[in-house]
Design a binder for this molecule. Structure first.
Ligand SMILES: Nc1ncnc2c1ncn2[C@@H]1O[C@H](COP(=O)(O)OP(=O)(O)OP(=O)(O)O)[C@@H](O)[C@H]1O
Ligand SMILES: N[C@@H](Cc1ccc(O)cc1)C(=O)O
Length: 513
């Protein structure tokens, strides 16, 4: 559905191509008070803002939370207080899902949304075919058309769910239609306006695909209308180019051009949609300034701004990304909400406060209280991590995803009261080892034998020792007897059983039909 919306929105924009629609002054308006931060009492409703604050500046908020690396002009601070901005972030479809590093772009867009600005997510259906050299020591592998299209649609769905969830709870809804038409400028015809209205998931954000404006631009158009204004010296001085030119492989002309593609996107969006801010990770600085420079040179107009945020790093200084393996994927198809939740639940104490500031919308006061609590006697280990895990899981996976993660977490706790059902066990099966056995192989077999034959434990003596120590569980119930055999009622819903050796070592046994 979202993909259709993207395509339709992009088609609509195409109609605007020939027209210059400058950012309309008439949507410059600031509401007096906003509800911006997450609720402090109930985490299950954390996206419902509750804390009323005087109109803080979104740029200051980003800065105090460690989400600001650089801005292209200090004027952005005052413009952000006096105007409704349209802020865009691009995402290249280099994988089926975005990951935790990419989440920062969505979070910063969401901060702008919370302050009444509009968010625009651009999926790089065109740029993804070229490959951004920023931060990369090697040329990106080429993606085939089918993969690019599939990735675009999945990433679009993902962003739409996250930003849409936030805005459906927004206290800003009352302002819904007030300024929407102004975005199109006075020149926009009514069919364009209607189409944009229909294709926007709601008025606080829109998702576009840059292939829709790139697919009809010829090389000659590009060289004449864009290339002419780009200075090779300035292009060579960009960090992404300098680094690559020093490497043995050098850089292809294709990747060298990338900065101009992204630069033109900004120009196109500025001209046709009034998008006046581009955000990105610090490695995007060169591409973002390529856009502001093109806007200044071609349109001879000021008023386009760039903002970068620092790259999110692990405590060992490495970047959260996808190449090094163990990526924290945002799509539930690639990482279950349970596993996503568990990642945050187990982050080291040294990281937890930094992550709360960057990855959640809790107020700084609440974060300070949580931090102080960590140093007090009686602090229950990982309680702050629990809060972090709940907030981030709720933002990315919604109420349902959080409920699924909490249910699986509770169900997987040895000794938990919760009665396990087959669906819950299946839900965690992808995250723990599993095996399949025939009903006859399981029924009446000794638990000690089963623990060894399934590979949960290495020997029967280890299994017996564990029973004596009270550490062997069947469906989360502690097993007291070494002679325990599997009965029909132990097989949950006739389909599955869960063996646990201590807290972490688990095995899901499926009954094969
Ligand atoms: N850890 C991070 N923190 C903040 N932003 C990030 C992070 N990782 C990626 N980004 C942003 O997402 C953009 C796209 O990242 P992309 O997924 O293409 O590469 P990547 O995750 O850096 O991949 P890889 O792990 O392969 O290096 C980056 O240019 C950057 O601006
Ligand atoms: N270059 C960005 C993606 C992007 C694509 C197109 C844009 O217009 C902006 C950003 C990245 O690698 O993540």
């Amino acid at each position: 559905m979202a993909a259709t919306a993207v395509a339709a929105a992009s088609r609509t924009l195409f109609l605007c191509r020939s027209k210059l629609v400058y950012p309309s002054k008439s949507f410059i308006h600031r509401p007096k008070r906003f509800f911006i931060f997450s609720r402090s009492s109930s985490s299950s409703q954390a996206t419902l803002p509750s804390l009323s604050v005087s109109p803080a500046n979104v740029i200051e908020v980003l800065q105090e939370r460690g989400l600001l690396d650089a801005i292209t002009s200090e004027n952005l601070r005052s413009v952000a207080s006096t105007s409704n901005l349209k802020v865009y972030c691009g995402f290249d479809p280099t994988a089926e899902s975005l990951h935790l590093g990419n989440l920062l772009g969505i979070i910063v867009l969401s901060w702008f949304q919370r302050f009444g600005h509009r968010a625009v997510a651009v999926i790089g259906g065109a740029t993804g075919r070229v490959g951004d050299p920023s931060g990369k020591s090697l040329e990106r592998p080429e993606l085939d058309t089918q993969t690019v299209e599939k990735n675009c649609s999945q990433i679009s769905d993902l962003i739409s769910k996250i930003l849409g969830r936030r805005s459906s709870n927004s206290h800003l809804d009352s302002r819904k239609d007030a300024n929407l038409m102004d975005e199109l400028g006075e020149n926009g015809d009514s069919s364009e306006k209607d189409a944009i209205l229909k294709t926007k998931q709601d008025d606080s954000f829109v998702i576009l695909n840059n292939y829709d404006w790139w697919k009809d631009i010829t090389l000659l158009d590009f060289l004449r209308e864009v290339g002419r204004f780009a200075r090779v010296g300035a292009m060579m001085a960009k960090e992404s180019v300098k680094k690559r030119l020093m490497s043995e492989e050098g850089m292809s002309y294709t990747e060298f051009t990338y900065q101009l593609l992204q630069g033109y996107d900004f120009l196109y969006l500025f001209k046709n949609m009034g998008v006046n801010v581009q955000i990105g990770g610090s490695d995007q600085w060169g591409n973002i300034t390529a856009g502001t420079e093109l806007i200044r040179k071609i349109l001879q107009i000021e008023g386009a701004y760039g903002l970068t945020f620092p790259l999110l790093l692990k405590s060992d200084g490495t970047k959260f990304g996808k190449s090094e393996g163990g990526a924290i994927w945002l799509s539930p198809a690639m990482l279950s909400p349970y596993k996503f939740y568990q990642y945050f639940f187990t982050v080291p104490d040294v990281d937890v406060v930094r992550f709360l500031k960057i990855l959640t919308f809790l107020s700084m006061e609440e974060i300070k209280e949580l931090q102080e609590g960590m140093g007090k006697s009686g602090y229950v280990p990982n309680s702050v991590q629990r809060r972090l895990a709940e907030e981030v899981t709720l933002f990315v996976h919604g109420e349902e995803g959080l409920a699924e993660a909490l249910k699986a977490t509770e169900a997987l706790r040895p000794g938990a009261e919760t009665k396990l059902d087959a669906a819950t066990i299946e839900g965690i099966a992808e995250d723990v080892p599993s095996c399949s056995l025939a009903y006859d192989q399981v029924l009446n077999s000794g638990l000690v034998d089963l623990s060894v034959s399934t590979g949960l434990l290495s020997s029967k003596s280890a299994a017996r020792r564990l029973v004596k120590q009270g550490g062997l569980y069947l469906n989360n119930q502690r097993v007291d007897s070494e002679d325990k055999t599997i009965e029909d009622e132990d097989i949950v819903d006739g389909k599955v059983l869960l063996l646990s050796a201590g807290k972490k070592n688990k095995m899901v046994v499926r009954i094969s039909s």
